[in-house]
Every structure is written in structure tokens, then in C-alpha cells.
Ligand binder design. Structure first.
Ligand code: IFM
Length: 429
């Protein structure tokens, strides 16, 4: 058909997970302590028991014609005590990679997906000035030991969202609500990325491996002014977009940044990104709250007329596929390839999930037709899993998990997505 779009041969098709959300029995990190202290309604417990069932899960991904899979290493398993690395955990992850490869799935590895080893959390986590170096040491060890044949690395998952939840909203460990601490942590995460970026490239050069590509998975949102007529709302949207979507990436490209609030951050080096991962889910309506920090960045409008706009997922996030086009175009300004490192919906209705994937892919195609270079599309998530403070109720998976029996069941939307993965063709008008 005339409007059909054929994705490039190199395109990565697959899904993503993260260690704490699927592995089960992660007892040595700050999240498990947070759960045990009763800070959330449900504990992760056995989660999807993916630690033991990864082979079965990757066979299912293969049967769905995926050719890539994103997962994260659990730092607290690899370095259970400061400076001591676990051979058992490292050989487990080596087996995970081997299993991916034998199923024809390109591994895409995240090195930090929200959780920290307890010993590091007790030393202040990302607030500690030594943490960037401590992170780089763990990254170097992991990449040396298990990274042979791994091309794609993501140093950090959603650094700004992590800082927001953990250091401003106080909803995630360590439960801080401090603007000053949030800025310090941003600075340390930026430095941690740069040191990790250098470590990954250095290991690959030293061990004469294939060239690697290193990025971050950046959480991105669409911000829309509450009132198109209010210049103040528009200003807040502009500032919010800069602060939450772009500044982190700009800092890595330029090697320095003035974060709003006049906090100056200088990094050891510039241009430390080979590609940009985008995690996209929804949009927020924003209205201006005045001219002091942080109100100037606007507030999320919870008025009924905005809350009721558009279709919503199980967590009441608006479904806004056009946003993927908009963000892909915006982020193409950096001249780096993009990877859609997460995009997904929690829903109990299969038609909604199918439509979600279809509509977002159509928007991605629109951007690609206009020349945006995209490496791949990874649906969040391969499996239903532990959605942090929301517990197990939101169902994001292409594969349904019965947590009582650990039975897996492929969903109808997964079959529909599988056809796109298999043919690499969609009708993108
Ligand atoms: O489950 C999370 C994931 O850990 C990070 N990105 C967003 C997902 C859905 O909320």
C-alpha cells in the first residue's frame, strides 16, 4: 500500500524491564528497605521471579519477533558490599546476556534504574560527592566482566524523574523534599554519567571489543499551557520543558549548565552521549503559579476540564500519541540518533493497548519520514511488573503475569505488535 512505511533493517524492536520491578527477592537495596518500612502499599516480594525465569521470558519475546531487549543490572546484587563484587551475580547476568543472544535479542543494558545498594544509600546515595566515582567503578567492573558483545548501554534511567520523586516529592527513597539537595543530586548524576561513559568506552577500547554506544534513558513529557491565551502559562511551559526535558541532555552535550535556580554545574567533559533514549508516556497541563522558584515552572493542572481531556490509562495519565512525534522532532536538534527506550500503557483492556502501540508507532513514523533518525522502539514492558509506589495493579505488560502462580500469558496486543516486529512494516499515514 502506498502509505506503508518500512522501518530500516537495523531497527531494534522489543520491550524493556528493570531489575527491581521483575527479578524478585531484591533485599539489599534502598527500595526494599523503603518497602519494609511501610512507605508503599505493596512490597515487590517475588515480583515476576524473572531472576529464575528469564530464559522462559526471553523465549516468549523471541516468539513475539522481538530482536532486542532492554533490562537493568541490579547494582546491589553485583556489589553487595562496598568494593566487593559478587561472582555469582555477575555470572548470572552473563547467562542472561547469553540467553538473549541465543534468542536473537540484542541486549540493551541499563546500569542504574532507580535502586541503590543499601551500603551506598546509607552513605548518602547520590548526595555523597564520592558517588559518581563509586558508580563508575561498578560500571567498569560490570562492563569488563559481562559486557563482551554488548553494544548498547544506558547509564541512567530517567535521572530527572528520579530526582523529582526522591528529592523533591519525597515519594521514593530517600524521601527528601529539598530543592537544594535535588540540585546537588542532579550534578552528581551528570558527573556519574560522564565517568561511566568514559569507563565503558575505555573498557571496550582496552579489550579491543566492538565499538559501544552509550546513552541515557530520559523521561520526557509533553507540557501544554492550561490557557493558550495566558503568556504566563506559556512561560511556565517553556521553563518546564527546558528543566524537565532538555537541560540534562544539554548539559551532557555542552559539558556545563546553569540549572534554573542559578546552580552552576561543570562536568569533567562534554559530548558524552552517543544516542538519546526517550521514555515517553503522557502530557501534563501546566499553569503559572507566580514568579518565585519553583512556582515559575508552573503547576500541573488538576482541574476537571483538563483531567478529563483525552483517553486515560489505568493510572489516569492522558494518552497523547502526537507527543511522541513532537518530542522526537525536538530531540533531533541534538544531532544524535534516538532510541524510544520506553513507551507503554497500563490498562486492563487489550484494545486500548493495541491502539496505543499502533498510534504511537504512527507518530514515530511521521517523525522518521521527516528525517529523524530512530534506532528502535522498546515497549514498556515485556511483563506486568512492580510499578514502584503503585504496586502490582497497573498492568503494563505485553505478557500477563499471574503473580500467584507465576504463569505467563501472551496478550492480544503483543500478537499485534509482533506482526509489526516481524514485518517491519506499518501503515503510517
Ligand atoms: O515502571 C516505570 C519505569 O520504571 C520507568 N519508566 C516509567 C515506567 C512506568 O511508570
Amino acid at each position: 500500500m502506498e502509505n506503508n512505511f518500512t522501518f530500516p533493517k537495523y531497527f531494534l524492536w522489543g520491550a524493556a524491564t528493570s531489575s527491581h520491578q521483575v527479578e524478585g527477592n531484591n533485599m539489599n537495596n534502598d527500595w526494599s528497605e523503603w518497602e519494609q518500612n511501610g512507605k508503599v502499599k505493596e512490597r515487590s516480594g517475588k515480583a515476576c521471579d524473572h531472576w529464575n525465569r528469564f530464559r522462559e521470558d526471553f523465549e516468549l519475546a523471541k516468539s513475539l519477533h522481538h530482536n532486542a531487549h532492554r533490562f537493568s543490572l541490579e547494582w546491589s546484587r553485583i556489589e553487595p558490599e562496598e568494593g566487593t563484587f559478587s561472582d555469582e551475580a555477575l555470572s548470572h547476568y552473563r547467562e542472561v546476556i547469553q540467553s538473549l543472544k541465543s534468542n536473537g535479542l540484542e541486549p540493551i543494558i541499563t546500569l542504574h534504574h532507580f535502586t541503590l545498594p543499601l551500603w551506598l544509600a546509607r552513605k548518602g546515595g547520590w548526595l555523597n560527592t564520592e558517588t559518581p566515582e563509586i558508580f563508575a567503578r561498578y560500571v567498569q567492573k560490570a562492563v569488563e566482566t559481562i559486557g563482551d558483545g554488548v553494544q548498547y548501554w544506558l547509564t541512567l534511567n530517567e535521572p530527572v524523574a528520579y530526582v523529582f520523586k526522591s528529592y523533591l516529592a519525597g515519594e521514593w527513597p530517600p524521601g527528601e523534599k529539598s530543592y537544594e539537595k535535588a540540585l546537588q543530586v542532579i550534578g552528581h548524576l551528570l558527573k556519574g554519567h560522564v565517568l561511566a561513559y568514559d569507563a565503558i568506552h575505555e573498557v571496550s577500547r582496552k579489550l579491543k571489543r566492538w565499538p559501544v554506544q552509550v546513552g541515557v534513558a530520559k523521561h520526557v513529557l509533553i507540557f501544554t499551557p492550561c490557557s493558550e491565551r495566558s503568556w504566563k502559562d506559556k512561560l511556565s511551559v517553556w521553563l518546564r520543558n527546558l528543566m524537565f526535558n532538555h537541560l540534562f541532555i544539554k548539559a551532557l552535550i555542552r559539558g556545563r549548565i546553569f540549572y534554573p535556580g542559578l546552580f552552576k554545574i561543570k562536568l569533567p567533559r562534554a559530548k558524552t552521549l552517543d544516542f538519546i533514549g526517550l521514555n515517553y508516556y503522557t502530557r501534563d497541563f501546566v499553569h503559572n503559579e507566580g514568579f518565585h522558584v519553583p512556582a515559575v515552572f508552573g503547576d500541573i493542572c488538576t482541574l476537571k476540564h483538563h483531567r478529563d481531556v483525552g483517553k486515560r490509562n489505568f493510572l489516569q495519565w492522558e494518552i497523547f500519541p502526537e507527543g511522541l512525534y513532537q518530542l522526537a522532532k525536538e530531540f533531533s536538534q541534538y544531532g544524535l540518533p534516538l532510541l524510544i527506550s520506553e513507551n507503554g500503557i497500563c490498562s486492563d483492556h487489550e484494545e486500548e493497548r493495541s491502539e496505543f502501540i499502533q498510534n504511537h508507532l504512527a507518530q514515530l513514523v511521521k517523525a522518521m519520514r521527516e528525517g529523524v533518525k530512530v534506532l528502535g522502539y522498546l515497549y514498556w514492558s515485556l511483563l506486568d511488573n512492580y510499578e514502584w509506589s503503585e504496586g502490582f495493579s497497573p498492568r503494563f505488560g505485553l505478557i500477563e503475569v499471574d503473580y500467584a502462580t507465576q504463569t505467563r500469558k501472551i496478550r492480544a496486543s503483543a500478537q499485534q505488535f509482533a506482526r509489526v516486529c516481524q514485518t517491519g512494516v506499518i501503515n503510517g499515514n
